[in-house]
Design a protein. Structure first.
Ligand code: ZN
Length: 188
């Protein structure tokens, strides 16, 4: 197991669709093990393969809900069905998202309240999860990564301008930036 470098916005792999996983082999198991460890140390509640520089359609997630129930797994070649976006006004606290590839920033974003995720697990067995609330948000965020979309791409004003300014201030938005959980202390 090794902790992987997390690439930062501007790295091309984050901004293009990920390729399907074709082989459910030991390499895939090793990759998923590394992704869980990297996510845990970061720390984060989700991590998609493009975020560690792998152009592959999979993500891992690990989140404990308000009833202390743990939601943890690997979603390989996922598809997602969304309910229409809620029309409630954005809440700067309740709706704020962060991303390990835009470390240290958080901005509110409207998401669907409910989604249905279908994916393969590490052994190639298909599963379906109906998620709501924060788990639904995690799935939408991670699935977006596999389309080459970051949450900051979806922000509305004034948050889009704020995020753009923050990324410029850090000098990101071009290839070559990454950070290593456990060495660099940047919160997602
Ligand atoms: Zn992210």
């Amino acid at each position: 197991m090794r902790i992987r470098e997390i690439v930062i916005t501007g790295e091309p792999v984050l901004h293009r669709p990920a390729a399907r996983v074709e082989r459910f082999d030991d390499d895939l198991k090793d990759l998923v093990t590394d992704m869980f460890a990297t996510m845990e140390l970061a720390p984060g509640v989700g991590l998609a393969a493009p975020q560690i520089g792998k152009n592959l359609a999979l993500f891992v997630y690990d989140w404990v809900d308000e009833n202390d129930q743990q939601h943890r797994g690997a979603a390989i070649n996922p598809t997602i069905m969304l309910e229409p976006l809620s029309v409630d006004p954005l809440d700067e606290y309740e709706d704020s998202e962060g991303c390990l590839s835009v470390p240290g920033e958080r901005f509110p974003l409207r998401r669907s309240d409910r989604v249905t995720l279908t994916a393969s697990d590490i052994d190639g067995h298909e599963f379906t999860i109906e998620a709501e609330g924060w788990l639904a948000r995690i799935f939408q965020h991670e699935y977006d990564h596999l389309l080459g979309i970051l949450y900051v791409d979806r922000l509305v004003e004034p948050y889009f301008a704020d995020a753009t300014a923050a990324i410029q201030r850090e000098g990101w938005g071009k290839p070559g930036f990454s950070w290593l959980p456990g060495r660099d202390h940047l919160e997602g």
